[in-house]
Design a protein around this ligand. Structure first.
Ligand code: PBG
Length: 331
């Protein structure tokens, strides 16, 4: 006798019945870049299909995402001015604050997450305050808390600290509670590696460090135990959702964090992962759509409950048009 696993792969309908992982539009969080101005929708060269929006056009984009069933966006701001402290990040009339209220006005149910970090707002491009040529952890915490509270005040549903300072989740939780934003959640970039996959994002958000790198605060790609420690600390400090970033080269970490965690785990399918697919597709070397669906499915299979991805809109289109599904006819 031969054991024949191929029986379960024989027809599309059988394959569909025994499929273990189902990707859903509801898993997606769409990253969005917002800038000042009017009527702007500027293409980002290293991320074909992605744009920097002004507040008026971001509202239209969000309406389109919502109508496709995508429940959530994460906002990144490009300020009009930068300084050493990143003070435009907590300004009541700052770019992210304005975008939040404009979106809430038109698409009130859209779950708005905001990236909380200083790198887009500091003139040196680091994620915190500089002292003695390094990012000063404790001096940065208070500024992150200010930024988080101002996002909450503008109507954010979740704030998402991406700076990798120690202790920031508890500082932010306390600041939100003190200001009576008890229902504003924290999606923490708990496990964030010092990765070369962020290259295109730093063009999109104009946030490359002007000196040095981020290795004294972001994690070493060789480490896995440390990922579990970071995840555990953030859960203890009060994170509602934790995140692993990047996704594609860190599927083992997503699985390990998922196995440890009692809170939802998000994966960030980052800019470099997106750009690689787009570039190879443009060269005619891969089928971009199939590779996209395969990558996203793998992230879900690895244990991601939520996926932040620049593919959100394209993948939603595919899912809404029953990609690879068996059409059931009544005849
Ligand atoms: C800000 C931030 C970065 C990304 C998300 N938030 C850049 C960085 O840490 O250098 C990267 C996202 C992407 O590459 O898609 N700290």
């Amino acid at each position: 006798m031969i054991i024949r696993p191929r029986r379960l792969r024989r027809t599309p309908a059988i394959r569909q019945m025994v499929r273990e992982t189902a990707l859903s539009v509801k898993d997606f969080i769409s990253p969005i870049f917002v800038k000042h101005g009017k009527g702007q929708k500027n293409p980002i060269p290293s991320m074909p299909g992605q744009y920097q929006f002004s507040v008026d056009t971001v509202v239209k984009e969000t309406e389109a995402l919502w109508s496709m069933g995508i429940p959530s966006v994460i906002l990144f701001g490009l300020p009009d001015e930068k300084d050493p402290m990143g003070s435009r990040s907590w300004a009541p009339d700052g770019i992210v604050q304005r975008a939040i209220s404009a979106i809430k006005d038109r698409v009130p149910e859209m779950v708005i997450i905001t990236d909380v970090c200083l790198c887009e707002y500091t003139d040196h491009g680091h994620c915190g305050v500089i002292k003695d040529n390094d990012v000063d952890n404790d001096a940065t915490l208070e500024l992150l808390a200010r930024q988080a509270v101002s996002h909450a005040k503008a109507g954010a549903d979740f704030v998402a600290p991406s700076d990798m300072m120690d202790g920031r989740v508890s500082i932010i939780r306390n600041a939100l509670d003190d200001e009576d934003y008890k229902n504003t959640g924290i999606l923490s970039y708990s496990v964030k590696y010092a990765s070369a996959f962020y290259g295109p994002f730093r063009d999109a958000a104009d946030s490359a460090p002007s000196f040095g790198d981020r290795k004294s605060y972001q994690m070493d790609p060789a480490n896995a135990l440390e990922a579990l420690k970071e995840a555990e600390l953030d859960i203890e400090e009060g994170a509602d959702i934790i995140m692993v970033k990047p996704a594609l080269a860190y599927l083992d970490i997503i699985r390990q964090v998922r196995d440890l965690s009692l809170v939802p785990v998000a994966a960030y399918n980052v800019s470099g992962e997106y750009a690689m697919v787009k570039a190879a597709e443009m060269k005619g070397w891969i089928d971009g759509e199939k590779v996209m669906m395969e990558m996203l499915t793998a992230m879900k299979r690895a244990g991601a409950d939520l996926i932040l991805t620049y593919f959100a809109k394209e993948a939603a289109y595919v899912l809404n048009h029953s990609y690879d599904d068996v059409k059931v006819s009544s005849k």
